[in-house]
Ligand binder design. Sequence first.
Ligand SMILES: Nc1ncnc2c1ncn2[C@@H]1O[C@H](COP(=O)(O)OP(=O)(O)OP(=O)(O)O)[C@@H](O)[C@H]1O
Ligand SMILES: [Mg+2]
Length: 326
Amino acid sequence: MTSDALRATDVRKIYQTRRFAGWRRATARSGRAPDDGAVEALSGVSMTVRPGERVGLLGRNGAGKTTFLKIASTLLTPTSGEVLVFGQDVDREADQVRALIAVVPQEGKPFFHLTPREQVYTYLRARGLSRETALSRTAESLAQMGIEDVADRLSVTLSGGQRQRTMVATVIATEAPLLFLDEPTIGMDPFARRAVWECLRRLTRKGSTILLTTHYLDEAEALAERLYIIDRGTVLVEGTSDALKHRVGGTLRVSVKGGKEVEALFASFGHCVGDGEAVHVITEPPRLGEIMEVAVRHGLNATVGPVTLEEAFLRAVGRSIDDEAS
Ligand SMILES: Nc1ncnc2c1ncn2[C@@H]1O[C@H](COP(=O)(O)OP(=O)(O)OP(=O)(O)O)[C@@H](O)[C@H]1O
Ligand SMILES: [Mg+2]
C-alpha cells in the first residue's frame, strides 16, 4: 500500500459537449474551422497529497479544479491517467475509495426538505456509523459550524451561508480519511470561515487529509500547508505559500498611487504591477531606502507591506497567460 493519501499521475479529461445547432450551421457557412465540441479540462495533472496534509488547489475560473476533484472523488472518469486514493484506483476500485472519502461539492445544497440535524445524521447513518456515534458527531459538527440555533428548521428556510455551513458540517462529521472540499467557505461570513478553518485543522490533527479549492487566497494561506496552482488544465507551480511568494522576486511590496508614468520611475527597482489606480513594486528590503527617496523627490505617497499570496498567484498565472498570448 502506498504511503500517499492521494497520488495523481498525468490525469487528462476531455469533455465532449453538444453545440448549439444554429451556431454550428453559421460557422459551417462562414468557412471557419468546425468546433468539434471537445473541451480539454485537464491536460496531464500530477500531484501527491500525504496523509494528514491540508493541500490547496488554486486557479482561475475554468482552470480545471472541480474537474480534478470530481475525478479524484470517483464522480467522473478521467480520459486517461490514474488517481490512487490510499493506494486504491478511483476508477477501478471506486467502491472502496468512496468509503475513505467525503466531498463538499461546488455549489452543493443540503436537502431542502430535511433539517440540518436530519441531513448530517442521515448521511452518517448511510455511511454505516452507529446510532450513538452518528448522534454525537451530528451534535458536535452542528456546534462547530455554529448552526445549532437553526439545526431543526427545514433547510429551505436557511440563508445561503447557513446552507453552506450545513454542507460543511455534514462532511466534517464523517471524519473520513480524505476530505475533498470545493470552495467550502463560499458565501460564509468571516466568523464562519474561521470556524471551518479550525474544524479542518482539528480534523488533520486527528489524522484526516484535506484537499480543497478556494479563490480566497487569505484562506489558502491560513489553511493549506502546500498549494498547487493550476491553469488551463496543467499544474503551473507547487509549494508552500512562502515558497510561492518567494518566486515573485521579492518579499516587500511598495504601493505608489499613479499610472504608467509612475511605473517608469520605479521599473528598475523590481517587478512592477499596475492595478489601475496604483503601481506595486515588488522588491527586497535593501532597495527600500532608494525607492522611498524617489517617491519623496516626486512628491508621491508610498506605502510598504509584505508580498501577498495574491501577488504570487497573479504573477504565476499572469506569466502563463503571457506565454499563451505569445
Ligand atoms: N460537464 C462539462 N462539459 C463540458 N465542459 C465542462 C464541463 N464541466 C466543466 N467543463 C469545462 O472544463 C473546464 C474546467 O472546468 P472546472 O469546473 O473544472 O473549472 P474550475 O477550475 O473548477 O473553475 P471555477 O473556479 O470557476 O469553479 C472549463 O473550461 C469548463 O467550462
Ligand atoms: Mg470549480
